[in-house]
Design a protein around this ligand. Structure first.
Ligand code: ADP
Length: 323
């Protein structure tokens, strides 16, 4: 691609705390290099329909500490068809946009890949609380989400101890157990159930409770990732199996909100800035990610084909520490 002097920025799919810090970094880095930065509202819907405006460095003042995204986000079925992608590109070109920074999850990355395939340069920044994108160790929003969940579980633990109850806490994560594993370790959960591992009710739920009873444990915290199939009536099944009072708490959307942590703000700032530098230098079709703790970039087609992996080290750590 040619070096871009006018770029667009959009947020797409599920929102995540830290998206605003990424937008701010894109706009300010663009301005630093004398580029024109166009904000696209409501993701690919806004790209198709021309909901696009020029952004100044001051437009992104006072947004970094806020959750959500000031550009708003949306899902666009039209953009899943090549016609929609082409309409988006022609609208973008009408506004003079020569390259687009897409901030979102893996669905949004597929949209960015299609932009590249149809001739519009794009660079993608991973932002989803689920941390479920194979080509990066980290996605913006994850740290804030696990800290929110950690606080909730700590509070639930207080009452679990008082009542000698079993508390089941469902966390988000779609098909990934990353949130569950990290929150489980951070809160000392007795059991963590994740979609990447087959769940055996007797072995993974009942036996740890029996073992805990023998060791005088007063509470049983079970963290369940939302992607675990057949976990809806876990509380009833525990009560029926061993007569222990069990309660389920679904943390839900609280995990998606809140002021982003320092970790999320710093990664978002680094990634946003790096994305602009790539487009400025004429580099496109990239996903920005974190590998061994540092920023790196990978070809978007290659990155999207990488297989999903699970943190085996965290799975075994969680088991060792829950005795
Ligand atoms: P996330 O980016 O958080 O994973 P979604 O999966 O909902 O969220 O994707 C966000 C948007 O990205 C979709 O509404 C659609 O516009 C676009 N998108 C998703 N999948 C594809 C695809 N296979 N091809 C083109 N665009 C896609």
């Amino acid at each position: 691609m040619q070096k871009a002097s006018t770029i667009g920025v959009l947020t797409s799919g599920g929102d995540a705390p830290g998206m605003n810090a990424a937008i701010r970094a894109v706009v300010r880095t663009g301005k630093y290099y004398g580029m024109k930065v166009m904000g696209v509202r409501k993701g690919y819907e806004g790209l198709i329909h021309g909901d696009i405006f020029e952004m100044s460095a001051r437009d992104v003042s006072d947004i970094m500490h806020r959750g959500g995204t000031v550009l708003q986000t949306a899902r666009s079925d039209d953009f899943k068809e090549v016609e929609g992608v082409r309409r988006g590109i022609s609208t973008a070109r009408y506004f003079g946009i020569e390259g687009i920074v897409v901030i979102g999850g893996d669905g949004s990355f597929r949209g960015a890949r299609d932009l590249c395939a149809e001739g519009m340069p794009a660079v993608a920044i991973p932002a989803t609380i689920d941390n479920d994108i194979s080509c990066t160790e980290y996605t913006i929003g994850f740290d804030t989400a696990i800290n929110t969940a950690k606080e909730a579980v700590d509070k639930i633990r207080d009452t679990a101890t008082s009542h000698e109850r079993c508390n089941i806490i469902k966390v988000m994560g779609r098909a990934s157990g990353n949130i569950a594993l990290n929150v489980g370790i951070a809160t000392g959960a007795e059991t963590v159930l994740i979609p990447e591992q087959e769940v055996d009710f007797e072995r993974d739920v009942i036996e740890p409770i029996h073992a805990g009873h023998k060791r005088n444990k007063k509470h049983f915290i079970i963290i369940v990732a939302e992607g675990v199939a057949g976990s809806d009536d876990l509380d009833k099944r525990i009560e029926e199996a061993i007569g222990l009072e069990a309660r389920t708490t679904i943390l839900g959307y609280t995990q998606r909100g809140g002021s982003p942590t320092v970790v999320d703000r710093v990664y978002a700032s680094q990634m946003g800035s790096y994305a602009v530098e790539l487009l400025k230098d004429g580099v496109s079709d990239r996903i920005i990610g974190i590998k061994k703790g540092s920023i790196y970039e990978v070809d978007i087609f290659e990155g999207l084909n990488m297989p999903h992996t699970v943190r085996e080290d965290l799975i075994s750590l969680s088991k060792i520490l829950s005795i």
